[in-house]
Design a protein around this ligand. Sequence first.
Ligand code: FAD
Length: 349
Amino acid sequence: MSGTPAPAPVPPAGDDVVSDGLGAVDRPTVSFELFPPRNPDAAPRLWETVRHLAGARPDFVSVTYGASGSTRQTTRALVRRLLRETSLTPIAHLTCVATSRDELERTVEEFLDEGVRAFLALRGDPPADGSWAPHPDGLPTASALVALLREVEARRCASSPAQAVRAATRPLSVAVAAFPRGNAGSGSTREQDVAALLAKQQAGADFAITQVFYDAESYAELVALARDAGVTIPVVPGIIPTTDPARLRRVQQLTGVAVPASVLEVLDAFDPDDPAEVARRHRAGTRLGVDLVARVLDGGAPGVHLYTFNQHGPALDLLEGAGLGGDAPRAHSRVATGAPSTPTPVPTT
Ligand code: FAD
């Protein structure tokens, strides 16, 4: 008997894991970010999470990629399994700064060979501890990676009419990152990142997903600045469920995005050692998230991308509260907050 636990079966396409992202024009998009399991023991739990998240009928599920390419195999394995065993649409994150151009081309080919048709093209950041350095032949920016993805796809289509037909029916989609308050991680301002976003669009990006943020105004300001600069692609707000203050503090360390004192004040008021208090904290934090979702949607955001940290509970409760749960018609409402929400206008294209 092998020591590896058998993965929980996930219903195949046609069973209860279905994507219903067809048609409904006014329905905001819902999507999730997952990371590949850190070890084989974590895989069954992740798959259980996938099963629960699938019930929300997401438009896509994105899978992170180590900045140094360290998760190349595990990211690929998870994306492959999502493709083969569910009807979810995976978006493979890909970073470029630590890998040579040749190696990147091979990686892109591998993903395309697997049937992956959507990528989130990123630069990736070298860690602060200097444990690795950018590759001398790597691509310097995410926009260069967008261009590479388009180039590889064009070459494949030119070399095979069958591939060209397949690409016509399932076009390659390329997403990129955007930063509501500038990219603290790489020390750039919002204006510099808007210039970078425009470069990504010009290289062939289809839409953007934002870094985590906590106030609807910073999202609205980013979109306004981007529209003024000529960015026309949709910008999907990336939202983290605000239920666990320890997690938010860790994300702050990783991304440089400060958690507002007002959020921590709410969450820190509960005793983390008392399960009843933790449950109350979960509800209070969910209400904060529901309010943020309502505000960005009222302001014109195309949908929400939830950072799940491979946990379905907080993400699904947030969607449920926002009226975006799996069985809901995705007309968002503010029912669960009980709080009036002031719409923050977001310019659309
Ligand atoms: P770029 O757009 O290349 O920007 C990097 C820096 O270069 C910025 O300072 C930018 O201002 C500057 N720059 C770029 N182009 C130009 C230009 N034309 N003119 C002037 N300046 C320019 N990291 C991971 O390692 N793995 C992941 O899976 C991952 N997923 C992410 C998902 C999302 C939604 C987001 C928002 C971030 C994610 N990251 C991930 C983090 C990301 O890799 C880092 O934040 C990185 O610093 C920036 O990536 P970028 O793709 O925006 O890079």
